[in-house]
Design a protein around this ligand. Structure first.
Ligand code: ADP
Length: 198
């Protein structure tokens, strides 16, 4: 089983790339999805977040993600506090998903992980695929298509590793400074060349 880590800053186009790789036959392990699952009501991480941050639960007991993000991305210390609660749970669950894919005899698994490099997780995969776009392009896309406000988008980008360090860790870089079609063509080429000849 060949493991591809897809990473890139928020708004770089990771989901778009992962979706195409899934269409081409890969199984996806989505770290963001896992991150949401481990903070569902009844999960231990939710209790710990409630204890560590003020007022981050909705009345129905679910996580108020916007409020948590506001507090957790305000300072490096708060981000670290969030990570220390969530990251071990995410790792445990993704390990289980990798094992499950291996058992099912999957050929190619994609680990879609925004913080692959920041968290030192590149050794968990065989190939690091970085989706790259300039910061200002990412801010614009996040504001236009995801409805984030500009200062929130910028703060999230700032909380992540800088572009140069991310590119330095890449085995392959996909340039998403252009159109979606141009990005998808690069994914197809990656699949037919790099994945096929691994
Ligand atoms: P990520 O998963 O890295 O946060 P997404 O793939 O969700 O990024 O892309 C962020 C947003 O930008 C999405 O709404 C997506 O449809 C849009 N998008 C991605 N690539 C492009 C592109 N080349 N041109 C215009 N919009 C794009």
């Amino acid at each position: 089983m060949w493991k591809i880590g897809v990473t890139g800053g928020i708004g770089s186009g990771k989901s778009t790339v992962s979706q195409r790789l899934q269409d081409l036959g890969a199984v996806i392990i989505d770290a963001d999805k896992v991150a949401r699952e481990i903070v569902e009501p009844g999960q231990p991480a939710l209790k710990e977040l409630d204890a560590a941050f003020a007022g981050v639960l909705n009345e129905d007991g679910t996580l108020n993600r916007a409020e948590l993000a506001r507090q957790a991305f305000a300072t490096p210390e708060a981000t670290e506090k969030l990570n220390s609660i969530t990251h071990p749970r995410i790792r445990e669950r993704t390990n289980a998903l990798f094992a499950q894919a291996e058992q099912a005899g999957e050929d190619v698994v994609v680990y879609d992980m925004p913080l692959l490099i920041e968290n030192g997780e590149t050794s968990r995969v065989d190939h690091v695929l970085v989706v790259d776009a300039p910061d200002e392009v990412r801010v614009r896309r996040l504001v236009e298509s995801r409805g984030l406000d500009e200062s929130d988008a910028k703060a999230r980008i700032k909380a992540q590793i800088d572009r140069e360090s991310r590119l330095a860790a890449a085995d392959t870089v996909l340039d998403n400074g252009g159109t979606v079609d141009e990005l998808l063509a690069q994914v197809d080429q990656f699949w037919s060349k790099t994945v096929a000849n691994r």
